[in-house]
Design a protein around this ligand. Structure first.
Ligand SMILES: Cc1ncc(COP(=O)(O)O)c(C=O)c1O
Length: 359
């Protein structure tokens, strides 16, 4: 294995080395057959088997039965911001606006139809997600859309809400803990954080939604048609789906999602401890500590100059991708499933050392 550094990028992000090595092998020579998995027809037996196994393993990891379909779509999570309302927004839909991404989802939906913002934390720069007590849900909404982990602002919904038609953008926490997908109408996320390379969107859709779909201009945007065609109305991103399969195998070998949840909580605690014990040198950006994300740890230093120095010195020490989102600044350490505990230990030690030298 070649040398790999600790990459804290928010996405595209670090992927497990074992899964990458197996994928690299399959890209060059799939199962010793003399061709790569990206070089064969998506309708041939090799790729069909990959697609079927990926669907089955994804369901197995999530404990999903026959109520939902697993789709591998394209166009990024952003495309789903439009495709979801195109299919399901008849009268009005509820949106929780808790950060940059749920705000974007709501603004795209507004282009399609009427939405009701149930609550927004924009007035406090999205430093938390509005708690359920503040939500003004409509009784007749077509669906309720939330983003379960706000990648930019570093907070998450500790528990996903209960709603008969809950739609969740889980992009930045997909498969990092067990999810109550069984109780959701639709869950989706871009692959490029926890699941694989950019270019695939994992979508879990409850089958009883299909009769409620509106007519859309193209089959490509119809969940029902995509499900009936196993996401192969046209050529799917075959290699991306292959990497997802290797990630699903890897997750199972790690002990599944409950084991990942434990490990991710322990990793996040290392960094939050370094923030909390810094005598105010590092300031977390999330006002409700309960909601602090286990995937994106966001904090600020006393000045821009120190922030720049922190990022540069960390990079020189083999820790890259720590600069906060362009509109927010500060530091963001993204510690998805593939970030080893050692990466968080190294960053926590670096934070303590940096604070002690600069305080
Ligand atoms: C929570 C969340 N939703 C949606 C997106 C948009 O994803 P994409 O760039 O795949 O459209 C992102 C990207 O970072 C995200 O973090």
């Amino acid at each position: 294995m070649s040398h790999r550094i600790f990459n804290f990028s928010a996405g595209p992000a670090m992927l497990p080395t074992e899964a990458l090595e197996k994928s690299a092998q399959a890209l060059v020579n799939y199962q010793g057959k003399g061709f790569g998995i990206a070089e064969v027809s998506h309708r041939g037996k090799e790729f069909e088997a990959v697609n079927d196994e990926a669907i089955a393993r994804c369901k197995q990891l999530l404990g999903l039965g026959d109520t939902h379909d697993v789709l591998f779509l394209q166009g990024g999570a952003t495309q789903l911001f439009t495709v979801i309302p195109l299919n399901f927004l008849h009268g009005s839909a509820d949106y929780l606006v808790s950060g940059e991404w749920s705000k974007k989802a709501a603004s795209f939906a507004k282009e399609v139809g009427k939405i009701n913002t149930v609550a927004s934390s924009e007035a406090s720069n999205f430093d938390h997600a509005p708690p359920p007590g503040q939500w003004k849900l409509a009784s007749d909404a077509d669906y309720f859309h939330v983003c379960s982990n706000e990648t930019v602002h570093g907070h998450r919904l500790v528990a996903w809400p209960q709603h008969p038609n809950l739609i969740v953008d889980a992009s930045s926490e997909f498969l990092s803990r067990p999810h109550p997908v069984k109780d959701c109408a639709l869950v989706y996320g871009g692959a490029q954080k926890n699941l694989g390379p950019a270019g695939v969107v994992l979508v879990l859709v409850r089958k009883d939604l299909y009769p409620k779909q509106k007519k859309v201009p193209s089959k490509l945007w119809s969940f029902k048609d995509q499900a009936e065609n196993k996401s192969m109305i046209n050529t799917p991103p075959t290699f991306g789906i292959y990497v997802l399969l290797e990630i699903f195998r890897w997750l199972e070998a790690q002990g599944g999602l409950a084991a990942m949840e434990k490990r991710n909580a322990a990793k996040a605690a290392l960094l939050y401890d370094a923030i909390d014990s810094s005598n105010g040198f590092y300031k977390g950006t999330v006002s409700d500590q309960q909601q602090r994300s286990h995937m994106n740890v966001t904090y600020r230093l006393p000045s821009e100059a120190l922030t720049d120095e922190f990022v540069k010195t960390a990079a020189a020490g083999g820790m890259m991708g720590l600069k906060g989102y362009r509109t927010v600044g500060g530091i963001r350490a993204s510690i998805y499933n593939a970030m080893p505990v050692e990466g968080c230990q190294a960053l926590a030690a670096f934070m303590r050392d940096f604070a002690s030298k600069k305080s």
